[in-house]
Ligand binder design. Structure first.
Ligand SMILES: [Mg+2]
Length: 410
């Protein structure tokens, strides 16, 4: 069997409301590029990558000379063909390689008639727990609904998500308002859900000193960890030493060099593995095994997924013995999905691991066409811009915080 063709389609998927983060916002939608890798036997494997535009579609087309004729079972050869680490100094294709790896695993699973988790050691759990990934949100531009800016709105939003999906871990995405404001919002979540677990992630926006102050002020709460409170391995190390809370990261340990450095000179306790950032599901498993050896914890990171990437996260979460904490997903903020059967469902805060051959998800081509048309209509959006603050950009460490609404304003 060999790869005979590759197609990439960029889609724009609406979100319930724009999601604010330390660098800007997701502007009420995600732009994702879907990849279909076809073989001479007619099996089609699916991949997905964040971002899009003609750049992403052209980048996948540019891989055709490398991939056409390649045996999809030869995954290690594939890695060196398109993401050789020394060649990557000139053409970093890690995220492209990840999407192609997803598709090849999907092809192998379909060819053998087994789910991807069977190719990765077999599943240890039938479903994966998720956190309620809470964002400060702007109102939906069309309906005016979905705003989350005040503490009251945040707690009400969390209660609604818990009631609908069953979450018992809550993650607050911060780095938007001043730390004191977000601290009081976080403590309000802790008071509202005394039995549940918590995590706070300001996307590295705080100074080391603000991060230490924040960490000490939440020390008494039921925290899983404090995620990327500040920027850089050395800043994280100072916060960890001063606070004593477990720190997690998806920013300063995102490859094997950094993982080795973190083991030799510890700065972070929990490594959040992203199937895209690390270059595929198998790279995440390798990283998880290094973490298991050195007894570091891991989690499953979300970089804003539709159903294909969610499937990769579920297969990953199913096979890792040390995935003991709830995974992250933006998924419940989506209004729809491009997979057949519509969005996957949470039950008791968990999503079932797909059991069909390969990744276990197939594209709904009518939905793909609809959201590809949306992309053609709307184009890209800048991740590092906030539509409510057009001239703003943040610093690291940041002090240019958003202004919280005053009482009566919302
Ligand atoms: Mg993070």
């Amino acid at each position: 069997m060999y790869i005979s063709d590759i197609r990439a389609t960029t889609v724009s998927m609406p979100l319930e409301a724009p999601l604010l983060h330390s660098n800007g916002a997701h502007w009420g939608r995600f732009v994702r590029t879907l990849v279909e890798v076809e073989t001479d036997e007619g099996i089609i494997g699916l991949g997905e990558m964040g971002g899009g535009g003609q750049g992403a579609q052209a980048a996948f087309q540019g891989l055709k000379p490398y991939l056409v004729g390649h045996d999809p079972f030869s995954l290690e050869e594939l890695r060196f063909k398109i993401a050789n680490p020394t060649a990557s100094l000139y053409n970093n294709r890690t995220q492209l390689a990840a999407a192609i790896e997803f598709a090849c695993l999907d092809i192998i699973g379909q060819k053998l008639g087994v789910p991807v988790y069977q190719l990765l050691g077999g599943k240890l759990r039938d479903s994966v727990p998720f956190a309620s990934y809470l964002f400060f949100r702007l109102p939906n531009a069309t309906s005016g609904r979905g705003e989350v800016q005040t503490t009251e709105q945040l707690v009400a939003h969390a209660r609604d998500l818990k009631a609908r999906h069953g979450f018992s871990t809550h993650k607050l995405k911060g780095g938007v308002f001043a730390p004191e404001y977000e601290l009081s919002a976080y403590r309000a979540l802790a008071a509202a859900f005394p039995e549940d677990r918590l995590r706070y992630d300001p996307n590295a926006a705080l100074s080391v000193e603000d991060a230490i102050r924040f960490g000490r002020a939440i020390f008494d709460l039921n925290n899983d960890y404090l995620e990327d409170p500040t920027w850089g391995l050395n800043g994280m190390r100072r916060v960890r030493q001063a606070v004593g809370l477990a720190l997690a990261t998806n920013t300063v340990v995102v490859n094997f060099e950094q993982l080795a450095e973190n083991i030799l000179n510890p700065a972070v306790d929990v490594i959040l593995l992203d199937t895209t950032f690390w270059g595929g599901i198998r790279a995440c498993i390798k990283a998880a095994q290094v973490c298991e050896t050195f007894q570091y914890s891991i989690g499953v990171h979300s970089s804003g997924e539709l159903g294909i990437q969610l499937a990769t996260m579920l297969h990953l979460g199913a096979v890792l013995p040390n995935a003991t904490m709830a995974a992250d997903a933006h998924y419940h903020h989506l209004e729809d999905d491009v997979i057949q059967g519509g969005k996957m469902h949470y039950q008791g805060g968990r999503i079932a691991v797909p059991s069909g051959p390969g990744l276990g998800v197939r594209l709904d081509q009518a939905k793909v066409a609809r959201y590809a048309e949306e992309y053609r209509r709307l184009g890209d959006y800048p991740y590092d811009r906030d539509p409510s603050r057009p001239d703003w950009f943040p610093l690291i460490p940041n002090q240019r915080w958003a202004k919280p609404p005053s009482p009566g304003e919302v």
